[in-house]
Design a protein around this ligand. Structure first.
Ligand code: T1G
Length: 697
């Protein structure tokens, strides 16, 4: 591997070149070499200016996140950047692509900044439960002011070239080859007698304590539960009220507090878990044309995602009105994204142009990939796959978007099971980033790799799972939902259950989720479930609501009432009465249920089912389960997912709770998974278990 930092000379201009794939992260080796280069060039009288340049797809993507599980090794980034800023000759940052976190802080420590137009400059530390710990909180306000600094750092979203220029974060554009253009500019600066411009020498802009108090109080509830957003505001306030060096030290202290927090450990864990393994990338077949069968909500959403990724799509539906509605939904959604700036108008128009409609399956004969999104019924899907199997070309990969049904049974009907995989999208499919890629008994390596590659190309996270009822996500959802349904009968109200789990951090409580997704969907899926527990209490309340046509938001009544366009749930005494009636019929005694029990039973049910799923190999590792639940089911990211959360609280604590619920509720649902019991008994964790397995393989 070549040296991470090199020095190149262009006459009296020296270029420090950072080349540390894949994203020029400021790892220990890079910091050490960078410091040596700066000290050498600053001492060299033949050097009149220094250009800092990153090779590859971006300038610097930040500190090396893998190093945050250990205390930082010297040279610390703070000290390196202070040395860079102290240079006696102009230092020019030549930016391009992702310039994030420590990369943006490095740019701020330079004296002049220029950038190519593909710039993405930002401070995403908050999404890792951290704060900019190397001077960003002290230097940025001196350049961009308090408002922009608070927005950039508590929001974590990067800005593009235009916005960076408008904020004064960069001085000018780099055209053509950024390195060469930056050297030419450096030469101009030297000729003009330009001297170093150090942000530390600027006074911080005026600020009142009210500004920071207002920001603290306007933080969203979820953000207020986490250490980082508040610590960012503290660090910025320190920059407003303390001398430069003291403000730097304060930011460092606050950074260390965040780095050691469970929240940041969880978010860093998810960062790498979501990038998964790049296994089998080479086995993937190219996909330039795709077919989507079924122009309903899911079908249209899948077509939008494929078209936005640059793939030609044929949307097929034999019912003309459904096809027309599906195509209209594709067009209006993409136009809307263009209008709202989520994509450029040109990109939206190009994506719309990539989608065409067809009434017959024959239009898909030459497609590279076909994804089915028809009614969730096994016989319907088998009949369709029999026709697709016969009609599509030998290279076509066939995917089913079923959310619960047996992929092997569907694959068998196609007569070419090796080409069949599950691609379980989440609603709304053009928004939700998760796809469960279901491996059938005969799915080929190439078919699975192709499904993963297309998922990545759509900018989504693909997690490969085994085939069973509900795969990983929905199978665990049934355990989680089962407990909330039982507690409804035992006396907890829908609102109390939702509030307790939302306070735990779930994006939305399970009853409100049921109303959003449609209680009829779950009802029909449970009808299809052959191994459904023979227990009259099992989802009794949801079933009764569905049988009464209370499907949730779409019918204005479900667990809650919804008035007209107002999507806010209203309590409905009729539902409480219905639940009491069902409980009486089932002989279930009503009692007070604490929030701790609501959260405990629902979350422990998740963890215990997750352990079964790992034992059976339906999920390859605990991280896959966590990625699925954090991206598909609104599990709080700052807890890292159910399995990471279990390790954080301790498996012995989880086992003790499971056994307590067993004593109260019986062994039927509360028998500890053998993996959970054995790990807990020997003081182990799911992470250690996975590490030991990885070592054995
Ligand atoms: N550290 C270590 N590894 C990193 C990394 C980082 N900062 N960024 C990316 N990688 C790895 C990643 O795991 C993957 O590895 C490969 O690079 C490609 O990434 C002191 C405290 C830059 C926009 O939060 O947002 O600076 O899977 O698949 O889609 O104040 O990576 O190939 O083995 O994501 O093209 C702040 C994190 C750090 C930016 C590129 N910086 N990175 O996206 O590729 S904290 C960030 C990204 C900090 C200072 C603070 C993205 C990207 P592998 P990828 P991509």
């Amino acid at each position: 591997m070549s040296a991470p930092v090199a020095i190149e000379r262009d006459g009296s201009i020296a270029v420090i070149v950072i080349d540390y794939p894949p994203v020029n992260a400021l790892a220990h080796a890079v910091r050490t070499a960078l410091l040596a280069a700066v000290e050498r060039l600053d001492a060299d009288p033949t050097v009149q200016a220094i250009v800092l340049h990153g090779v590859g797809r971006n300038f610097i993507a930040g500190a090396d996140i893998t190093e945050f599980d250990q205390p930082g090794q010297p040279p610390r980034l703070n000290d390196l950047l202070s040395r860079l800023e102290a240079c006696s000759k102009p230092v020019i940052a030549a930016l391009h692509g992702a310039t994030l976190g420590g990369g943006a802080e490095t740019a701020l420590a330079c004296h002049y900044r220029a950038s190519a137009s593909d710039l993405k400059l930002g401070f995403p530390e908050v999404s890792l439960g951290l704060l900019p710990g190397a001077g960003g909180t002290v230097r940025l306000p001196r350049l961009a002011g308090w408002q922009a600094s608070l927005e950039l750092m508590t929001g974590g979203k990067p800005v593009d070239f235009e916005r960076a220029l408008a904020l004064g974060l960069i001085d000018r554009a780099l055209d053509g080859d950024p390195r060469a253009d930056a050297v030419a500019w450096a030469r101009e600066l030297v000729a003009a007698g330009a001297s170093p411009r150090r942000l530390r020498e600027l006074p911080p802009p005026a600020a009142t304590p009210e500004l920071f108090a207002t920001w603290r109080s306007s933080l969203p509830t979820a953000a207020r539960r986490l250490p980082a957003p508040g610590h960012i505001i503290d660090a910025l306030q320190a920059a407003a009220t303390r001398p430069f060096e003291q403000a730097l030290d304060r930011a460092r202290e606050l950074f260390e507090e965040c780095r050691r927090s469970d929240e940041s450990r969880a978010l860093r864990y998810l960062f790498f878990a979501e990038r998964g393994s790049g296994a089998d990338r080479d086995a993937a077949a190219a996909v330039e044309s795709a077919g989507v069968v079924g122009a309903g909500t899911m079908g249209a959403g899948i077509a939008i995602s494929l078209a936005t990724a640059g793939i030609g799509v044929t949307l097929v539906d034999s019912r003309p009105e459904s096809l027309a509605a599906g195509l209209a939904r594709v067009t209006s959604t993409l136009e809307g994204s263009g209008r709202k700036g989520r994509m450029t108008a040109a990109a939206a128009a190009a994506a719309i142009a990539r989608v065409r409609g067809a009434a017959g399956l024959d239009a898909l004969a030459g497609a590279d990939l076909v994804i089915e999104a028809v009614f969730e019924n096994l016989a319907v899907k088998q009949e369709l796959f029999a026709r697709l199997g016969a009609m599509c070309g030998p290279r076509t990969v066939l995917a089913t978007n079923t959310s619960t049904l047996d992929v092997d049974a569907i694959a068998a009907a196609s007569g070419r099971a090796a080409d069949v995989v599950g691609m379980h999208f989440f609603s709304p499919a053009h928004v939700m980033r998760l796809v469960e890629i279901v491996r059938g008994r005969q799915s080929s390596r190439a078919a699975l790799a192709t499904a993963r590659a297309v998922t990545r190309r759509m900018g989504k996270i693909g997690v490969t799972v085994g085939n069973c009822f509900g795969f990983v996500g929905n199978r665990m959802l049934y355990a989680y939902g089962r407990e909330k349904e039982l507690m409804l009968l035992e006396g907890a109200t829908p609102a109390a259950i939702d509030r307790a789990l939302e306070e735990f951090g779930m994006a939305m409580g399970p009853n409100a989720v049921g109303d959003l997704a449609g209680l009829d969907i779950g009802y029909h899926a449970r009808r299809e479930w052959r191994e459904r527990p023979d227990d009259p209490r099992f989802y009794r309340v949801s079933d009764r609501l569905a049988e009464l046509g209370r499907y949730g938001q779409k019918t204005g009544r479900g667990f809650y009432r919804y008035e007209g366009a107002d999507r806010r749930p209203q309590l409905d005494p009729e539902v409480l009465e219905l639940i009491r009636q069902e409980a009486r019929k089932l002989g279930v005694t009503e009692r007070e249920i604490e929030d701790s029990e609501i959260v405990g039973r629902c979350i422990c049910a998740l963890i215990n089912e997750g352990a079964h799923i790992l034992e059976e190999g339906i999920a390859a590792c605990p991280a896959d389960i966590d990625v699925i639940w954090c991206n598909g089911y609104g599990f709080p990211r700052h807890r890292g997912g159910p399995m990471f959360h279990a390790d954080t609280v301790g498996l012995a604590v989880v086992l003790e709770a499971v056994l307590r619920y067993q004593a109260g509720q019986g062994a039927r649902y509360w028998t500890p998974a053998p993996l959970l019991a054995s790990l807990a008994e020997r003081g182990g964790s799911f992470a250690e278990w996975q590490a030991a397995r990885a070592k054995r393989n």
